[in-house]
Design a protein around this ligand. Structure first.
Ligand code: SF4
Length: 151
């Protein structure tokens, strides 16, 4: 009950949430979809999923940045109107994860690392993959940050 009230307070302006995958194994994306769809149902708190960056307030990004996705990621970031909040979801989005292992032979030539190598990130969610509860928690923080940025 208290948690519901907290979510409703944070989400009272109904932030619109987008999802972008730039690399990785797809595991984090599936967890985000789980958080957005009826089992965990983020919409019950007022957040709404949007597929167009121009409508998005909070962008969830999954996967490590590959060489091929750099321009795509920058373009999507620029299309989101200010103020915006960017959330890196999962170890790959945070640091490049297993695809940028410090051991030279284990890293990929096609992977740059975490998404903050290309765009500014406001919130980091660790995990490989993080659970939907952690993603919802990050969305709550993102909604609070968005409210602060709007003031
Ligand atoms: S953090 Fe783990 S689950 Fe998520 S994309 Fe990377 S390897 Fe896959």
């Amino acid at each position: 009950m208290v948690l519901n009230a907290l979510f409703r307070w944070a989400f009272r302006r109904s932030p619109w949430v987008g999802l972008l995958q730039v690399g990785g194994c797809n595991g984090c994306t599936i967890e985000v979809v789980d958080a957005l769809t009826p089992r965990f149902d983020i919409e019950r708190f007022g957040a709404v999923y949007k597929s167009t960056p121009r409508h998005v307030d909070i962008l969830l990004v999954t996967g490590c940045v590959t060489v091929g996705s750099v321009n795509f990621l920058k373009r999507i970031y620029d299309q989101i109107p200010d103020p915006k909040v960017i959330v890196a979801v999962g170890t790959c989005a945070v640091s490049g994860g297993i695809f940028t292992n410090r051991v030279e032979s284990a890293s990929s030539y096609a992977v740059l690392g975490g998404i903050d190598r290309v765009i500014p990130v406001d919130i980091y969610v660790a995990g490989c993959p993080p659970k939907p509860e952690a993603i919802i928690d990050a969305l709550l923080e993102a909604a609070k940050l968005l409210a602060e940025k709007r003031q």
